[in-house]
Design a protein around this ligand. Sequence first.
Ligand code: 5RP
Length: 262
Amino acid sequence: MSSELSPIDKAKFVAAKKAVEFIEDGMRVGLGTGSTAAWMVRCLGERVREEGLRIRGVPTSTRTAELAKQVGIDVVSLDAAKWLDLTIDGADEFDADLNLIKGGGGALLQEKIVATASDQMIVISDVSKEVEKLGAFPLPVEVIPFGWQTTQALIEETLVSLDVLGRSASLRMNGDSPYVTDEGNHILDLHLKRIGDARQMAMVLNQMPGVVENGLFIDICDRVVIGYGDGRVEVRDINAGTIEENMVDFVESENLFSDLND
Ligand code: 5RP
């Protein structure tokens, strides 16, 4: 039942529900990772089952692939799809230019490849992820396991010359072991507090040996759909410069919430 969802889950759900309205028959769609993206996958599955929408979905993680198959979405690889019409994904932070920090869920590499191979990217979020300056959320950086401590030291040394407020990095853990991504890599979380120049930071990080990819998504996102716990959604389009507000009805989707309790 929707009444049992927390306000934050309601906000994530309405953002997801609104965003799947942008998906049209025949589209190839990138499917993001995380709790907000999981709502989007469920809402899209509902459209596939109820409207007979024919789409192909390219998941950005093994978790999303499993969920997408469960809800009836035709899952294909990025190489099979070649190019995508639209990617919908969550984010950890977004700013006024729709630049993002992503990777809190550890899937930033596939997420960036998939979003970059898409005509459009829509981010779905609750309002708490909006920031004036990126960087309060620790910036995830995917590094290869070989020599990761040396890579960490190199990153920390380089941060001294960049416009940031914090300069420490920590290895992401999964219990007692280092977290391992779908590609078999590790993640260093950079505690920067505030990133003065996100574009420069993204370029500098990706030039370091040992770094596979960083969680800054610069000039990739086209729209953000921001959800609120009372059902309101705001759609901001950075290219058109428009902001639209709508309401999303929870009642229509009660079956999605009851499925969660099965
Ligand atoms: C995963 C991500 C997620 O999109 C991000 O962490 C947001 O997650 P959630 O929707 O659970 O708050 O980048 O790598």
